[in-house]
Design a protein around this ligand. Structure first.
Ligand code: GN1
Ligand code: MG
Length: 357
């Protein structure tokens, strides 16, 4: 079926009083497909098709998203709203076995692929922490939709398996970063170790806090977090580190020229100020002490996953050309190097902001 007709048919199966007029495709997601639905009445919606190869139990993803957004709404916190189908489900499965869900589009909102000012970085810090604070009292019946999502040992196991089956050519192309990944393994285990030792508590986390998953109003005030596909149990470090990975990268995530990649310290400072303004009273000194390392660990995890997918011949992430995943991997590994160079500064700054006894 032609895409427009398909989308119109799917949209009509949800409970809205509006008439389909057209659609636009959002291009930033690596896994799912997301469309902006335009209606005759000028009310817009966001329609999402979940990739069921990645999310094997996609209905659990819906369960998590509904539960968390309802929890936030009940508390009067601004969030996205999902719309039920005419059969009163929050998702529907089409003839091709794809799973769809619909939410309201928040009017006069915008997203950024790159941070453009200190103020945006600060706002991003406020809202990612606000999400953690406001979900911390949620009685956690969230499903582990992607187990071990941010686990270094798990990601290394996937990487080692990919190394065994990878083509000689791809391994040669990626050799520099394969060596880098192996050489850095031990250092990257620190966060995992702290979780296992129960030094860091688990709570509800967003798990994909890149800048494009934050909605801003036209005055650049952060409204809420979007893309709740990976809301699961985690630690604050996942959300803090992952946010800074995109906020402070001076280049886009897939920029092939590594000379353009740097870690922007002004954005780091502003994001951290916003984040700790909302969260400092909710975390222990021990939790705070692992914030610096989380930036490099989260960036490293993304690098390793891109590298693994390159070695696997691009089966997980959407790619636009054969070297796309390798470009992303070398970009993120380069960023890890830049973050490491700034380690003393990062540690000192966090200490001055979180100066609790
Ligand atoms: C994926 O699909 P998207 O763009 O929301 C990935 C995240 C990565 C991100 C890298 C389910 O997110 O973990 O951080 O790409 N999501 C999944 O940009 O694997
Ligand atoms: Mg996502």
């Amino acid at each position: 079926m032609e895409l427009e007709k398909k989308i119109a048919t799917i949209f009509q199966q949800f409970q809205t009083e509006h008439t389909f007029k057209g659609f636009k495709t959002f291009n930033s997601g690596h896994i799912n497909d997301t469309f902006l639905i335009l209606t005759q009445e000028k009310v817009s919606y966001v329609l999402q098709r979940i990739n069921t190869t990645v999310f094997k139990k996609a209905t659990d993803v819906i369960h998590n998203k509904i539960k968390i957004t309802q929890h936030l709404s009940k508390k009067g916190i601004q969030t996205i709203h999902f719309i039920p189908t005419k059969e009163s489900n929050y998702s529907l499965i089409d003839d091709d076995n794809h799973l769809w869900n619909l939410s309201e589009f928040i009017e006069n909102s915008q997203t950024y692929l790159k941070v453009e000012s200190n103020d945006i970085a600060y706002q991003a810090g406020l809202i990612t922490a606000e999400f953690l604070v406001q979900t911390s009292d949620y009685e956690n019946d969230l499903v582990e939709t992607l187990p071990n999502f941010h686990s270094i040992p798990f990601r290394f196991q996937e990487f080692q398996e990919a190394l065994v089956s990878a083509s000689k050519t791809r391994k040669q192309q990626a050799q520099k970063w394969i060596d880098f990944a192996l050489a850095n393994k031990k250092e990257m285990m620190v966060l995992e170790h702290a979780i296992n030792q129960k030094e860091i508590p688990l709570r509800v986390t967003h798990n994909d806090t890149k800048i494009s998953n934050i909605l801003f109003d036209t005055n650049n005030k952060a409204i809420c977090m979007i893309d709740l596909d990976t809301v699961m149990k985690g630690c604050i470090h996942f959300d803090y580190g992952d946010a800074l990975r995109t906020i402070c990268n001076t280049a886009n995530e897939d920029e092939p020229n590594v000379y353009n990649i740097n870690f922007n310290l002004d954005y780091f400072k502003n994001y951290t100020e916003g984040f700790l303004k909302n969260l400092a009273d909710n975390i222990s000194k021990q939790e705070a002490s692992y914030l610096p390392i989380s930036i490099q660990v989260m960036t490293f995890i993304m690098a390793l996953r891109f590298l693994t997918d390159y070695l696997n011949n691009d089966v997980y992430y959407k790619t636009k050309h054969p070297e796309h995943n390798l470009d992303r991997a070398s970009n993120q590994f380069t960023l890890v190097e830049k973050i490491k160079e700034q380690k003393p500064f990062i540690e000192n700054f966090i200490k001055t902001i979180y100066n609790k006894p």
